[in-house]
Design a protein around this ligand. Structure first.
Ligand SMILES: NC(=O)N[C@@H](CC(=O)O)C(=O)O
Ligand SMILES: [Zn+2]
Ligand SMILES: [Zn+2]
Length: 346
């Protein structure tokens, strides 16, 4: 078997870059390996309008180190006040590639999200008409619902009704964590896709809780039982084009993770490609890594595959920093818990 793998340059279809010093610290970690990324809009305050997305895009490009190439694909944060005309104009200008739905209170910085889905009906109908995808954080926020069931209940109570009520709406189920979510995607047509993160292919809920609480493995949706992780791996390595990489790399300072009420999010940008190569290799599916990381996402979004390539080489265990300095303090890099043998060539 060959010890090198060259693939079209990957894209990240779900990325948190934050702003300010954190943006400057984390952006190179993604731009080093990825050509483009869907940039999540959950800043404080959120990126709601086309003007705000344009300004955020400018800040990202200004933070990009000289000599690095990277294209941020911007998204708008859907609120009950979102104006369908503003969304349509931001899409028509080429600025915005998706709209992001956060149920209010579901995750980090989601307080401005949607409570009453009837209030966003006009925006969703317009998006269906113009072919603009909706990226969904798929968890209910009902306090009665167990945290491990929030994704499956969301599919039944919210996602399926919204999709039925909005024919033609293209939807990406973000960061899926259950076998049921993968099955739901498979049961539908090409208007539905799903991103899978790096960390959900590696960890199950034991990693978070057994032998002491591990805040750096806490993210939302929370990792589930190992049978679900296995189902996600099966989907990722299957070659099914409806599944593609969205790392959900979500940096928080260690001070904000290692505390009595720690933030949700795993920072996977620095070592994602090595982790994925290790996993696909173990599953005898290295030849499908390019589909998952570089081809299925552009196909869903109607964008060309990148012209440039990325080469991985197998060898001695790869070293990567345990943390990066984010200005406000260290941000711990995701530890998959096993050695990585695939190094990204510079
Ligand atoms: N995934 C996470 O655990 N956190 C994300 C928000 C999100 O994607 O839900 C973040 O912004 O920190
Ligand atoms: Zn989310
Ligand atoms: Zn996210």
């Amino acid at each position: 078997m060959s010890d090198t793998l060259t693939i079209r340059r990957p894209d990240d279809w779900h990325l948190h870059l934050r702003d300010g010093a954190m943006l400057r610290a984390v952006l190179p970690e993604t731009a080093r390996h990825f050509a483009r990324a869907i940039i999540m809009p959950n800043l404080v305050p959120p990126v709601v309008t086309g003007d705000q997305a344009a300004a955020y895009r400018d800040r990202i490009l200004a933070a990009l180190p000289d000599g690095m190439a990277f294209e941020p694909l911007m998204t708008l944060y859907l609120t009950e006040e979102t104006d369908p005309d503003d969304v349509a104009a931001a899409h028509a200008s080429g600025l915005v590639k998706a709209v992001k739905l956060y149920p209010a209170g579901a995750t980090t910085n989601s307080a401005s999200g949607v409570r009453d889905f009837d209030k966003v009906r006009g925006v969703l109908d317009r998006m269906a008409a113009i072919g603009l995808p909706l990226c969904v954080h798929g968890e209910v926020t009902d306090p009665e619902i167990d945290i491990f069931d929030r994704e499956s209940v969301f599919i039944d109570r919210v996602l399926d009704p919204v999709r039925r009520a909005t024919p033609g709406l293209r939807v990406v189920m973000e960061h899926i964590t259950t076998a049921g979510a993968a099955d739901y995607v498979r049961a539908h047509d090409s208007d539905l896709g799903a991103t899978i993160t790096t960390h959900h292919l590696v960890i199950n809920r034991n990693h978070i809780l057994v032998g002491g609480i591990k805040p750096h493995y806490y993210c939302l949706p929370v990792a589930k039982r190992d049978e679900h992780r296995k189902a996600l791996v099966a989907a990722a390595v299957s070659g099914d084009a409806r599944f593609f990489l969205g790392t959900d790399s979500a940096p928080h300072t260690d001070a904000n993770k290692e505390t009595a009420c720690g933030c949700a999010g795993c920072f996977t940008a620095p070592n994602t490609m090595s982790v994925l190569a290790e996993l696909f290799d173990r599953n005898g599916a290295l030849d499908r890594l390019e589909g998952f990381a570089s081809r299925h996402g552009p196909a869903f979004y109607g964008l060309p595959v990148n012209e440039n390539t990325l080469t991985l080489r197998r060898g001695d265990p790869v070293s990567y920093p345990a943390a990066i300095d984010a200005g406000d303090g260290p941000v711990t890099v995701f530890d998959p818990g096993f050695a990585l043998h695939w190094r990204v060539e510079p």
